[in-house]
Design a protein around this ligand. Structure first.
Ligand code: SF4
Length: 448
């Protein structure tokens, strides 16, 4: 049990901007990444020398930074020009990194509860590369007890043979980055695939028996119209996926779109404004609900909530360890956040030198862990008050009385019995509202 007794931060104004300006607005972690530092990076090797923790779930994140083409809205460090030898060298380096973790006292006897392949484009790897990589991973940190193995895929990289290989290596959750079903929208926004490839991938994946097929959509992309968005939602429903993740378009600073805005002196991004984007996500939620789906977070609808689990999300948001492997990966060990080098050059160099390729880290304290778990779980739409009392010894209705009262008076949430619950309006703009729960020193208009 962890205790936190500091006073409630003062309420902040919750007035989301209308136009989509550049910046990261979605809250993915706490404290914000901009507070993580290179000075704290040596903490991770120190943690690895400690004895293995008891009963702390472990996850594994593996980052594949390669893509066929850079999407105009992409803010990740991705490589579109690497050949097979360079990819092999990268996978070899990641294996060395994995070996270092697996042989540390801190990992002894631990097996991953969940595994996540993110990117970039994990499905960019060939069948051979995939099999070799995962065989190696399993020999270092066996997955036989993993409750979830999630894998992100770009439809245009998926042949039937590759989808079979993805299933055979043990993937339970296949996440297809479809984003839109309209070829014009896909082209204008710089996506590498087209709708024909998306339909083919969904159809074949459904025959392979994955436990869960998710499709990603983005509301508010360049050139998107209301009619077109409605057709996109209808098409998505007709595919009967187990789960759909609907992102609201944001334009972070290191995107092609932002560079073009800068060059032409524009402040507003050429994408739908925030009220329109929220209205479109709301429309999608309503249509999916009519089709029998359940909204279970700010961006997810699921066909069957009883069987569709989100082990990665739920475990990580509750404070599990996450071992980050590969360039730019984010991890979390023993209460310390960390991120690997985001450029492949320094990443490979550090691994070659026998060092862990960690770029920055942040030691959280008990209060920050409470805030982190509170804000992240609010993105699910509701939280249990007693959960925080039991785990942290804190009454969150007192700890956050100021901002909760503010959100209540603005009509975004209710507090009934043990539950703090956002209404639909609150859920659709929860990321704007969460900053009021942050410590004063961590509040900033520009999140990262
Ligand atoms: S596929 Fe994903 S990671 Fe690759 S460029 Fe597009 S948005 Fe970025």
């Amino acid at each position: 049990m962890e205790a936190s007794t500091s006073t409630s931060p003062s309420p902040v104004t919750t007035s989301p901007k209308e136009q989509t300006e550049a910046g990261n607005y979605f809250v993915a972690n706490y404290p914000p990444f901009s507070f993580w530092s290179q000075e704290q990076a040596p903490m991770i090797p120190e943690i690895l020398e400690r004895p293995a923790p008891v009963d702390l779930p472990l996850g594994l994140y593996f980052h594949i930074p390669f893509c066929r083409k850079r999407c105009h809205f992409c803010y990740f460090r991705v490589y579109t020009d690497k050949n097979a030898n360079e990819i092999r060298a990268y996978l070899d380096a990641a294996a060395v990194e994995m070996d270092r973790y697996a042989n540390s006292p801190y990992q002894q006897g631990r097996k991953p509860q969940f595994v996540y392949f993110g990117g970039g484009t994990p499905s960019y790897l060939s069948v051979e590369q995939l099999r070799e990589l995962t065989d190696r991973m399993k020999s270092y940190l066996p997955w036989d007890e993993a409750e979830e193995v999630a894998f992100e895929a770009e439809p245009g990289t998926l042949t039937e043979k590759k989808l079979e290989a993805i299933r055979d290596i043990g993937v339970t959750r296949l996440s297809l980055g479809i984003e839109a079903f309209d070829d014009h929208i896909l082209e204008v926004n710089g996506r590498a695939h087209r709708s024909k490839e998306a339909f083919r991938a969904i159809e074949f994946a459904k025959t392979l028996g994955f436990q869960q097929i998710n499709i990603d959509l983005i509301a508010g992309m360049m050139d998107e119209t209301e009619d077109n968005w409605k057709r996109c939602v209808e098409t998505a429903i007709a595919q009967e996926p187990d789960c759909v993740t609907i992102y609201q378009m944001e334009i972070p600073y290191n995107t092609t779109i932002y560079k073009e805005m800068q060059a032409s002196g524009k402040v507003s991004a050429p994408v739908a404004n925030w009220p329109t984007t929220r209205a479109w996500v709301n429309y999608a939620f309503e249509q999916f609900e009519k089709a029998g789906y359940t909204v279970n977070s700010t961006c997810n609808v699921v066909k069957n909530p009883a069987t569709t689990k989100f082990v990665y999300r739920d475990s990580l948001w509750s404070g599990s360890d996450l071992l980050a492997l590969g360039v730019a990966s984010f991890g979390h060990l023993a209460g310390v956040h960390y991120q690997n080098h985001a450029d492949i050059g320094p990443y490979m160099m550090m691994v070659d030198e026998g060092r862990l390729p960690i770029y920055r880290a942040y030691q959280t304290n008990a209060e920050e862990r409470l805030i982190r778990e509170f804000v992240l779980r609010l993105k699910l739409g509701q939280v249990s008050i007693s959960h925080y009392q039991e785990k942290y010894g804190v009454d969150v209705t007192e700890r956050f009385a100021g901002h909760l009262g503010h959100l209540k008076s603005e009509g975004f949430l209710t507090i009934e019995g043990d539950t703090i619950k956002l209404n639909r309006d609150g859920l659709l703009q929860v990321d704007w509202l969460l900053h009021g729960f942050f410590l004063e020193k961590h509040r900033s208009a520009r999140y990262t």
